[in-house]
Design a protein around this ligand. Structure first.
Ligand code: ADP
Length: 287
């Protein structure tokens, strides 16, 4: 079926989603169930290795939750439709994602911002390999309109259009010439480029390298692109994966991830008021 945008964001219902990496003996995602209403912001928190990125790749349809051995109870419903019935390219047109994996690619900033355009072709491949295979160089000819303005918004501006910004610098990091924070702005810029037509923004650790001021700017920008400027109503669903609990407080819902499954789910206030909440004790210890 065709994905029909409602202009209010995607409703996402995950039911009993599990995922085991090919060749692995134990599942990385175990019976994950949650609902995000259209227009809500969900923050997914949890330790490194708890399965957050794997979940995001399932939501992006990079990994198939029903392969290799389908669990018949597993379902991912998008606006009440089984995602398996929606053509991937059609779905991807309405999703904007920010990944971290591109940071190791040897591309210029401008090419990297453009690379999001090719994302829907990556579905069957590990992203990094697929991007390399796609030949990032040819992207330079097909960059989306508004790119330069967008780079300006995140503070990179014309510097980013330097044909070879990667000469010299931190050769060990694989992103020579740009700091982690600058790199992250590029990635955010790339995501925001595509955001206008999206019903879902999926952001994996969007602000981990940014200072508090820049983090605030990013969240204000997310907030502004996700609301109708006239009515003030939410127009997109946002899922943010982060280990920064200060971010979680702003969300409509929080999913606490541990060992591949959701151990706590609710609003910040709900989780804080539970006597046995692991989220609450981490929050009190870190924020
Ligand atoms: P998080 O994003 O919460 O840090 P991940 O989803 O990246 O967690 O990883 C969860 C678990 O899955 C980790 O234990 C990791 O070792 C394992 N994992 C991640 N990628 C792969 C892979 N390509 N093959 C096998 N196991 C993987």
């Amino acid at each position: 079926v065709k994905y029909e945008s409602t202009g209010k964001g995607m409703k996402i219902e995950a039911r009993h989603i599990s995922y085991t990496y090919p060749g692995s003996t134990k599942p990385t995602l175990k019976d994950v169930s949650f609902t995000v209403e259209a227009g809500e912001t969900l923050v997914v928190v949890g330790y490194n290795g708890s399965g957050k990125t794997t979940l995001s790749n399932v939501l992006l349809r990079i990994f198939d939750f029903d392969a290799p051995s389908p669990d018949t109870s597993a379902q991912l419903l998008i606006n009440n439709i089984d995602i398996r019935r929606i053509a991937p390219a059609d779905y991807h047109r309405h999703v904007t994602a920010l990944f971290q994996v591109f940071s190791k690619l040897n591309t210029t900033v401008r090419e990297n911002v453009g690379i999001g355009e090719l994302r829907s072709q990556f579905r069957d491949h590990p992203i990094r390999e697929a991007a390399a295979r796609a030949g990032a160089g040819r992207l330079i000819n097909s960059l989306p309109r508004g790119l330069d303005t967008n780079l300006d918004c995140v503070g990179l501006g014309m510097n980013a259009i330097n044909p070879n910004p990667f000469m010299g610098g931190n050769s060990d990091s694989g992103r020579q010439g740009l700091s982690g924070g600058e790199w992250q702005r590029v990635a955010i810029s790339r995501a925001f480029m595509r955001a206008q037509s999206a019903d879902l923004l999926l952001l994996d650790e969007p602000t981990s390298h940014l200072d508090a001021h820049a983090q605030n700017n990013v969240f204000e920008t997310i907030e502004s692109i996700c609301r109708d400027p006239v009515t003030g109503k939410r127009t997109k669903t946002v899922i943010i994966i982060t280990h920064q609990l200060s971010i979680a407080k702003r969300a409509d819902k929080i999913a606490m991830f541990e060992n591949g499954t959701i151990t706590e789910f609710g609003t910040h206030e709900e989780l804080m008021s539970r006597a046995d909440s692991h989220y609450a004790s981490l929050y009190r210890a870190t924020v």
